[in-house]
Design a protein around this ligand. Structure first.
Ligand code: IPE
Ligand code: IPE
Ligand code: MG
Length: 248
């Protein structure tokens, strides 16, 4: 049994991890360029960083991990690069889902599926169904995702409902609006991390990140790992979240 003195001396328990961490995985191209390799090589190494990060997030007890894998605007990239990225996505969904399932990870994909290939959509649906009962960690993959497009789509649906008389415009609340987003039922991100030294959101979770803490890291995404995620979470723990109230 511990003595009273030992109890007093024991350090306070670590703060609970943030419930929802979202990451803008940037810098694959620069990682490859620095090594004289094609951009695809950077994306391949980026996929390994995804595996590591999912594993670490689960071990840290994070509830939701959202990864920005492909933006609405990334469709503007050269066809060859888009094909390579879609190929890596296929591989990830084919090879990784049984592993996710074994580790109690639930997969959810957000974004405009109409622009993805039908085989990828089928793989997504299969993976989501297979992992639907898992509760250790929810991995949200943002694919063909754009925050503005997401918001406009909710506005369109609400305008249609108002037009046909099933929705009273004056009754629309923030909660109603949030319930129409891809992220319905998922808590807002507490912490948004962007790698590669860029300091912008690039159309990521615009509504949902209203009060997220932002951490910008210089590390390129393929080099991201446990130490970087832990450092970002430590940084988060040192922030004071005020939500508009006065400082305490
Ligand atoms: C992130 O790395 C991956 C995607 C956006 C799909 P980038 O491909 O944007 O790499 P940089 O920013 O050119 O280094
Ligand atoms: C944001 O990175 C999108 C993803 C990480 C998927 P980008 O590399 O596309 O962003 P910009 O063009 O530098 O803003
Ligand atoms: Mg980039």
């Amino acid at each position: 049994m511990e003595t009273a003195a030992a109890q007093i001396a024991s350090p306070p328990p670590p703060p609970p991890p943030p419930t929802h961490v979202a990451i803008i995985m940037d810098g694959n191209g620069r990682w490859a360029r620095a090594r004289g390799l094609p951009r695809t090589a950077g994306h391949k190494r980026g996929a390994e960083a995804v595996r590591r990060t999912v594993e670490t997030a689960r071990e840290m007890g994070i509830g939701y991990l959202t990864l920005y894998a492909f933006s609405s605007e990334n469709w503007k990239r050269p066809a060859g690069e888009v094909t390579d990225l879609m190929g890596l996505l296929r591989l990830y969904l084919r090879n990784e889902v049984s592993n996710l399932n074994r580790n109690g990870v639930r997969l959810k994909v957000i974004g405009d599926r109409s622009r993805l290939g039908p085989d990828i959509v089928a793989l997504i649906e299969e993976s989501e169904a297979k992992t639907a009962g898992n509760v250790a960690l929810t991995l949200v993959l943002a694919l063909s995702y754009g925050g503005r497009q997401e918001i406009v789509e909710v506005a369109r649906r609400m305008a249609r409902a108002a037009q046909n008389g099933t929705l009273d415009p004056d009754a629309i609340s923030e909660a109603d609006f949030a319930a129409g987003l891809f992220t319905a039922g998922i808590p807002d991100p507490d912490l948004v991390i962007r790698t590669s030294g860029e300091k912008r959101l690039s159309n990521f979770l615009l509504w949902q990140s209203a009060y997220a803490e932002l951490v910008f890291l210089d590390v390129l995404w393929p080099d991201f790992g446990r130490a970087e995620l832990e450092a970002a979470v430590n940084d988060f723990h040192n922030r004071e979240r005020r939500y508009g109230a006065s400082a305490g």
